[in-house]
Write a protein that binds this ligand. Structure first.
Ligand SMILES: *[C@@H]1O[C@H](CO)[C@@H](O)[C@H](O)[C@H]1NC(C)=O
Ligand SMILES: *[C@@H]1O[C@H](CO)[C@@H](O)[C@H](O)[C@H]1NC(C)=O
Ligand SMILES: *[C@@H]1O[C@H](CO)[C@@H](O)[C@H](O)[C@H]1NC(C)=O
Length: 315
C-alpha cells in the first residue's frame, strides 16, 4: 500500500512547491468573541434528534453557553428529566455569520461532548444549497464510538481515489449524498484520541481544515502530539500548511471538481441526541434505549459539552 505511488501523489509532489500555502488570520475567535462570530439556531433538528435547540438568550440564561477568557463552552442541559411527550433535551446549534471558500480553519478544542446518545458535530456547509454546495464534516460521531470520521457529502459526480497520501483510512469513495444512505466519502482517523472519551482524556487537541479550489485537507493533532506544528500550537497570525506534514485526510480534485461541488460555507457546531444516526446505531453497551436514556438520566449528560480554546480562520 505504501509503496504504491499514485498519480495523485506524483502530481502533488511535482506541483507542491509551486502552490502557495501561506495564509493570514482573518478571524481570531476566542472566548466571548464566539458570540459575535456565531448565530444561535433555535430550529427543528433535521436529523430527528431528541433535542430542543434553544436561542441565544436562553442558552446564556441556562448556562448552556458560557464564555470567559479563552474559554467558550457549548453544552446540553444536564439537570432536567424530560416529559416523553414534550420536547427533547435543551442543547445548542450555532452557525458562523461569515462564510468561507478558500481558507484554513484551526479549531483548538479542549473537550468535546461525550455520553451515550450524544451526536456532536463540527462541520461546514451552505444550508441553502445542500447538497449542491457540499458539506465537510470535521469532527462528528455518535455514542462515544471512536474513531472520528472526516467526511464529504456532495451532489452526484464527486468521487475520491482509493490511494491518497493521508494517514487516515478511506471508507466509501463516492461523496454523493444520494447513494450509500448518505454515508458520504469518509476517512477514518487511526487514533483513539481523535474522538469522545479518548479525545477528552488527552486534553483534546487541534482539528484543522484547509480548503482550496483543488483540494480539501484535514489534520488532527492530539494535545500532546509531538508533531503539532508550532504555528498551530501557538495560534500564530500566519500559518503555512506546507509545513504541516501528511494530512489525516486528503480529498483531491482528481475526480471531483472541488470548485463546482463546494460553494461558500458557514461553520456549524451542533450537539444533538439519538435521531437518524445516534439513535439507529445506539450500542448495546449503553443503557436502556437512546430516547429513554436521554429523557430520564440528565446527570449522564454533564460531560456533553464542547470547550473551545479558540477558532482561527485564515484566508
Ligand atoms: C448536526 O451535524 C451533522 C453534521 O454532519 C448534520 O448532518 C446534522 O444534520 C446536524 N444535526 C443537527 C440536528 O443540526
Ligand atoms: C456556567 O458554566 C461554566 C463553565 O462550565 C462554569 O464555570 C460556571 O460555574 C457555570 N455557572 C453557573 C452559574 O452554573
Ligand atoms: C486539479 O488541480 C490541479 C491544480 O492543482 C489542476 O492542474 C488540475 O487540472 C485539476 N484537475 C481536475 C480534474 O480538475
Amino acid at each position: 500500500m505504501k509503496s504504491y505511488i499514485s498519480p495523485v501523489l506524483t502530481v502533488l509532489l511535482l506541483a507542491g512547491p509551486a502552490l502557495a500555502a501561506s495564509y493570514q488570520v482573518s478571524d481570531s475567535i476566542v472566548g466571548p468573541a464566539f458570540y459575535d462570530a456565531f448565530d444561535f439556531q433555535a430550529m427543528a433538528d433535521p436529523t430527528h434528534g431528541r433535542v430542543n435547540y434553544v436561542d441565544g438568550s436562553t442558552a446564556q440564561n441556562q448556562n448552556l453557553t458560557y464564555a470567559a477568557g479563552d474559554t467558550f463552552i457549548l453544552r446540553a442541559d444536564f439537570t432536567k428529566t424530560l416529559d416523553p411527550a414534550g420536547p427533547g433535551r435543551d442543547s445548542v446549534r450555532v452557525k458562523s455569520r461569515k462564510a468561507y471558500t478558500t481558507h484554513v480553519a484551526v479549531f483548538d478544542v479542549r473537550h468535546m461532548p461525550q455520553g451515550c446518545g450524544t451526536w456532536p458535530a463540527v462541520w461546514t456547509t451552505n444550508e441553502a444549497s445542500w447538497p449542491n454546495g457540499g458539506e465537510i464534516d470535521i469532527l462528528e460521531g455518535i455514542n462515544d464510538l471512536t474513531p472520528n470520521s472526516l467526511t464529504l457529502h456532495t451532489s452526484p459526480g464527486c468521487t475520491m481515489p482509493a490511494w491518497r497520501p493521508e494517514t487516515g483510512t478511506a471508507t466509501q469513495l463516492d461523496c454523493n449524498s444520494a447513494v450509500n444512505g448518505n454515508t458520504g466519502c469518509g476517512v477514518m482517523l487511526n487514533a483513539e484520541q481523535s474522538y469522545g472519551p479518548g479525545f477528552n482524556a488527552a486534553g483534546g487537541g487541534w482539528y484543522a481544515m484547509e480548503r482550496t479550489p483543488t483540494f480539501i485537507k484535514i489534520w488532527f493533532w492530539s494535545r500532546n502530539d509531538q508533531s503539532v506544528p508550532a504555528d498551530v500550537r501557538n495560534g500564530n497570525d500566519n500559518v503555512n500548511t506546507d509545513s504541516w506534514g501528511t494530512p489525516s485526510a486528503l480529498f483531491p480534485n482528481d475526480s471531483c471538481d472541488i470548485q463546482q461541488h463546494f460553494n461558500d460555507h458557514n461553520i456549524i457546531i451542533n450537539l444533538t441526541f439519538c435521531g437518524d444516526w445516534a439513535g439507529s446505531a445506539y450500542p448495546p453497551s449503553c443503557p436502556s434505549n437512546c430516547v429513554d436514556h436521554v429523557n430520564n438520566n440528565p446527570a449522564d449528560f454533564e460531560n456533553a459539552f464542547f470547550d473551545f480554546a479558540s477558532l482561527r480562520v485564515y484566508e
